[in-house]
Design a protein around this ligand. Structure first.
Ligand code: ITT
Length: 192
């Protein structure tokens, strides 16, 4: 069975395809002819994930799932959170987002943070959400060249490396997205 992953982020697609197996084949938005800039204007991760999934279902007719992810930093009262993609402003890239984060945490000793992913699934007319989290800390400078987004500055509690220093499989085994995807896959095994 085909299921669409409603993301424009090629790194997310790669991570989730690596975890997925079995009877579902993951299609990208490109593969269904969608190059739209899908709106994500809700103020929660769950709201945005559902918004992206509903958009694809409504406009393209496919059963699908979408991922919305945020980095919540303790000392910044949970920022950048749901605004993680545009922390440094619209049109800014991950490097700018990371630089601003490091600047805002300069001299702050509480580096606690967590990544949260919410996946929203629309399948056979039913909407379901799945959440995954990982606790860790924000490093004082970027480490590693793999991964994407905030990976070079995030070190999960389970490791002494940043996500960007870990292999894709090692990141998936403990990450927010890996954990949410495991729940999604378990659910998919129960439906036919
Ligand atoms: P889609 O909405 O098309 O799925 P996006 O990149 O806009 O892709 P989000 O809205 O979920 O994704 O934005 C989350 C932000 O957090 C964005 O800046 C990402 O680069 C970053 N991010 C998401 N997952 C991450 C991960 O596993 N590691 C590091 N940074 C991540």
């Amino acid at each position: 069975q085909d299921i669409v992953f409603a993301t424009n982020n090629s790194h997310k697609l790669e991570e989730i395809r690596r975890i997925f197996g079995g009877k579902f084949r993951i299609l990208s938005l490109k593969e269904i002819g969608c190059e739209d800039d899908i709106p994500e204007t809700a103020d929660t991760l769950e709201g945005n994930a559902i918004m992206k999934a509903r958009y694809v279902k409504q406009h393209y007719g496919y059963d699908c799932f979408a991922d919305d992810t945020g980095l919540m930093v303790n000392a910044l009262d949970g920022a950048p959170g749901v605004y993680s993609a545009r922390y440094a402003g619209p049109g800014h890239d991950s490097v700018a987002n990371m630089s601003l984060l490091l600047k805002n945490l300069q001299g702050i000793t509480d580096r606690r943070a967590r990544f949260v992913t919410v996946i929203a699934l629309i399948l056979n007319g039913v909407e379901t959400t799945f959440e995954g989290q990982v606790e860790g800390r924000i490093l004082t400078e970027p480490h590693g060249a793999d991964g994407f987004g905030y990976d070079p500055v995030f070190q999960p509690d389970e490791s002494d490396m940043s996500f960007a220093e870990m292999s894709a499989d090692a990141k998936n085994a403990i990450s927010h997205r890996g954990r949410a995807t495991e729940k999604l896959m378990a659910y998919l095994q129960t439906v036919d």
